[in-house]
Write a protein that binds this ligand. Structure first.
Ligand SMILES: *Cc1c(COP(=O)(O)O)cnc(C)c1O
Length: 364
């Protein structure tokens, strides 16, 4: 089976973990700091704050911007559940806005329709590794005095008109979960250019305590700390990130060469000025998506569906008053998407096989 995801793990990561364990300094320390400095560099940001996962990073980013009860935050319904849950964790009001059918990202026209005097922020997701339409979103944010939070969990190393993911909004949240473009099993990080937001993030991850005055608590916080075992892995992954992304991009090009002209499927669209880093390579299947999915799996291609149901149709969000028909593009996409293996360990031979199995499985 050609798997849909596989972390690249070499002796470098293993040696780095051994060194941390041998040093005895295993909780948050020097290596976490080093990761923060290097990751801030990657993202053209002044500050990075490392956390124990990407969900914590989103929650912490919302806190740092002062978002809470009574504030509305606009989020796409076609994303991983963490994007929306982070809003609820801060007791803010969740407002969905539909996505574009080409890039799968927030549709700025739909966002504008949902802006009210209570809107405080937009969470733009760079879904599958393709940055959202930040020029349009920034124009809206400036006009209505809103923050842009970048959910960059799937887009380490992506570019938008020369600017890196992590620098495209006011504050950004990344995940280092095992399947992401770079990983440390579980982990997350925030990037921002503002000193006081970075300081709020550091406190929030440590029960509200500043690094200067210990056992003094100014505000609520959590234990969202990263440890140096995670940081050691992430530092090795960061060294590999460019090569791993280049391999994803090469694999994606080869898939598009083989599938671009096949009837009834649409290969990924890449907008001008974008470096898409293909966290997922996602095609749209016009008809009989589930039949193709079964055919792929029966023939050794581990295809995935991200996401099989838009968030607003889950009981957890229906309770908030959302229902079928509210976000038609997201609802349609969830019946048509298939993600094909594109990760760095997918070989040229695997690509040939994926292309031929897709071709033999597509039905009119
Ligand atoms: C993975 C992911 C997250 C959450 O990250 P975790 O590290 O799993 O908590 C948030 N948003 C998106 C879009 C993701 O893909």
């Amino acid at each position: 089976m050609i798997s849909i995801a596989k972390p690249v793990l070499g002796h470098e990561e293993i040696d780095a973990v051994k060194q941390v364990l041998a040093s005895g300094q295993i909780t948050q320390g020097r290596l976490t700091k080093e990761l923060e400095q290097r990751f801030a560099n990657l993202c053209d940001s002044n500050f990075a704050v490392a956390l124990n996962n990407g969900t914590a990073a989103l929650h912490t980013a919302l806190y740092a911007l002062g978002i809470g009860k009574g504030d509305e935050v606009i989020v796409p319904p076609f994303t991983f559940v963490a994007t929306a849950n982070a809003v609820l964790m801060q007791q803010a009001s969740l407002v969905f806005a539909d996505v574009e059918d080409e890039t799968f990202n927030l549709d700025p026209g739909q966002v504008e329709k949902h802006i009210t005097p209570r809107t405080k922020a937009i969470i733009a997701v760079n879904l599958y590794g393709h940055p959202a339409d930040y020029d349009s979103l920034r124009a809206l944010a400036d006009k209505h005095d809103l923050f842009i939070i970048e959910d960059a969990a799937q887009s380490h190393g992506a570019l938008y008109h020369g600017r890196p993911a992590g620098s495209l909004g006011d504050i950004a949240a990344f995940s280092f979960y095992a399947t992401k473009n770079m990983m440390c099993a579980e982990g997350g990080i925030i990037t921002t250019t503002k000193d006081d937001w970075a300081e709020k993030c550091r406190r929030f991850r440590h029960h509200g305590q500043s690094e200067q005055t210990r056992y003094e608590y100014d505000d609520l916080g959590y234990n969202y700390r990263m440890n140096d075992i995670q940081a050691a892995i992430a530092l090795e992954q960061l060294k590999r990130l460019h090569d791993m992304n280049e391999k994803r991009i090469l694999n994606a090009r080869a898939l598009t060469r083989g599938l671009g002209h096949v009837d009834h499927i649409q290969t990924p669209v890449v907008r001008e000025g974008v470096r898409h880093v293909y966290h997922q390579y996602t095609i749209l299947v016009e008809k009989h998506r589930d039949a193709l999915l079964n055919h792929l799996r029966d023939n050794g291609v581990g295809a995935g569906v991200y996401y099989p149901k838009p968030l607003h149709l889950h009981p957890h969000f229906r309770k908030l008053g959302f229902s079928e028909g509210d976000f038609p593009v997201s609802e349609l996409l969830s019946t048509k998407v298939i993600s094909l293996p594109v990760h760095p360990s997918v070989s040229e031979k695997d690509i040939e096989k994926i292309i031929s199995v897709v071709k033999s499985g597509v039905k009119a």
